[in-house]
Design a protein around this ligand. Structure first.
Ligand SMILES: [Zn+2]
Length: 444
């Protein structure tokens, strides 16, 4: 074990035992769980059965872990197309929780949990916190949003399951966050990394020295972030910043987490089987090769996901981690294979912007999204070309149009963005196509 800040002997919580199961045993467990989940999906979810039949497959064709590659993929559109409950494999009486997240077409995607599913989710979140060196006695400020989003409740149950003290503060109200952090003896913070940077800036303005507080661990996720950002966070505070990964379609947060070695995220592969595939061909790639992460839930009852394409680009890291965990590691996610943008933890698709603009008279379907980061917070500006007639209107009329567009975007995206109206043909195009997104957030 490498001694680093953020860890203590108490980090070896008994709940972490599955992290160290010998690889051969782990593979046996994965295979038996894979057989069960494929059989369950086949028996209970028409979409899986139809697709497997189209490939002349039955659950009996899965006899080894490598056989998983024979199974058809599942994609996000499958969740939309079967909205709301079409992929459920449990009757509603057995479902104890529903969550939902935004999709491209206005309809959310819905995910479901039985009580055993919630228990698995809690256990992987407990293990995640334990990996980050947290234990009973820690005071965890949970600034992930509570609600339909899985982040808040996932972290909440995990923190309680660990035996720590959880403060369910949810997101927003930065001054109150800082007051609570200082007054309640907070030792760990959970939120998006960009929001934490915002808290750091605000604390400095309030002349509160975060280094003087007992705060020592940050568990950051729900958006891609870089090593440079980690460095900045760790340099400005006395914490060790951990990257946690998850997605609602699979379970929520708690699919994978960094250990104190901070060299890749350990995947809780006793519950989530990872593959890396070529995003174009779908061919399975080997260790070390970069491609799209595909996950299969091995124990999920209410909504099994078979070979779900996450669109996240990463690689399985070869070799063992010095921490001793047998769970394989993946590289930190820095980009996605589709065009989804994550703005302040909220999923935004350029196609949503387009759809909103098309609802407003006087605009042309030419727009550009410019993303920047100011004081740690994502800023999204939408430049919109308006018709020549609109542009020759009085200033007051233009201002009104600006407000109408901002309202329409807020309605669709769920966040307020800055709107700038520009003359026709102002937005640069190459080969007739406008560049929809200019992301300057990761620029130094
Ligand atoms: Zn490790």
């Amino acid at each position: 074990m490498i001694p680093t800040k953020g860890t203590s002997p108490a980090a070896f919580h008994p709940v972490s035992a599955p992290d160290y199961v010998p690889a051969a045993l782990l593979r046996e467990l994965q295979l038996s769980r894979l057989e069960s989940v494929v059989a369950r999906a086949w028996e209970r979810v028409p979409l899986y059965r139809t697709r497997m039949e189209r490939h002349n497959l039955t659950p009996d064709d899965v006899r080894s872990l490598d056989d998983i590659a024979k199974l058809p993929f599942t994609v996000k559109a499958d969740l939309r197309d079967t909205y709301p409950f079409g992929l459920f494999a449990s009757p509603m009486e057995e479902i104890v929780r529903l969550h939902a997240s935004s999709g491209t077409t206005g309809k959310p995607i819905v995910v479901a949990y039985t009580q055993p599913d919630v228990d698995v989710w809690t256990s992987v979140m407990v293990r995640s916190f334990a990996v980050c060196g947290l234990h009973q006695g820690d005071v965890i400020q949970n600034a992930y949003g509570y609600g339909l989003f899985t982040g808040g409740l996932g972290a909440h149950y995990g923190a309680e399951g660990l035996g720590a003290t959880v403060i369910p503060i949810s997101g927003g109200n930065t001054d109150r966050q800082i007051m609570v952090m200082r007054d309640f003896g907070v030792t760990a913070i959970c939120c998006t990394p960009s929001y934490f940077l915002h808290m750091i800036d605000r604390a400095a303005e309030l002349a509160i020295d975060l280094r003087a507080l007992p705060l020592r661990v940050g568990v950051f996720g729900a958006e891609p972030w870089t090593g440079a950002m980690r460095e900045r966070i760790e340099n400005l505070t006395a914490i060790q910043a951990f990257d946690i990964y998850g997605l609602s379609e699979i379970i929520g947060p708690g699919v994978a987490v960094e250990c104190p070695c901070q060299d890749g995220l350990h995947i809780f592969e006793d519950h989530f089987y990872p593959e890396i595939v070529d995003p174009a061909s779908g061919a399975v790639l080997g260790a070390g090769e970069e491609g799209e992460l595909v996950l299969t839930t091995l124990s999920k009852q209410a909504m099994p996901m078979i070979r779900y394409r996450t669109r996240d680009i990463t690689a399985i890291l070869p070799g063992a981690c010095p921490c001793g965990r047998s769970l394989r590691r993946m590289k930190r996610i820095s980009r996605r294979s589709d065009d989804m943008l994550i703005i302040r933890g909220v999923n935004v698709f350029p196609s949503q912007v387009e759809a909103a603009l098309l609802e407003v008279e006087g605009t042309l379907p030419h727009y550009q999204i410019i993303l920047t980061r100011s004081h740690g917070l994502d800023q999204m500006e939408v430049q919109v070309e308006v018709t020549s007639e609109s542009f020759s209107d009085k200033i007051g009329a233009l201002e009104q149009l600006n407000d109408t567009i901002a309202d329409a975007l807020e309605h669709v995206l769920g966040i307020r963005v800055e709107v700038t109206l520009v003359e026709p043909h102002t937005i640069q195009r190459s080969n007739g196509k406008a560049r929809r997104v200019i992301d300057r957030r990761l620029q130094p």
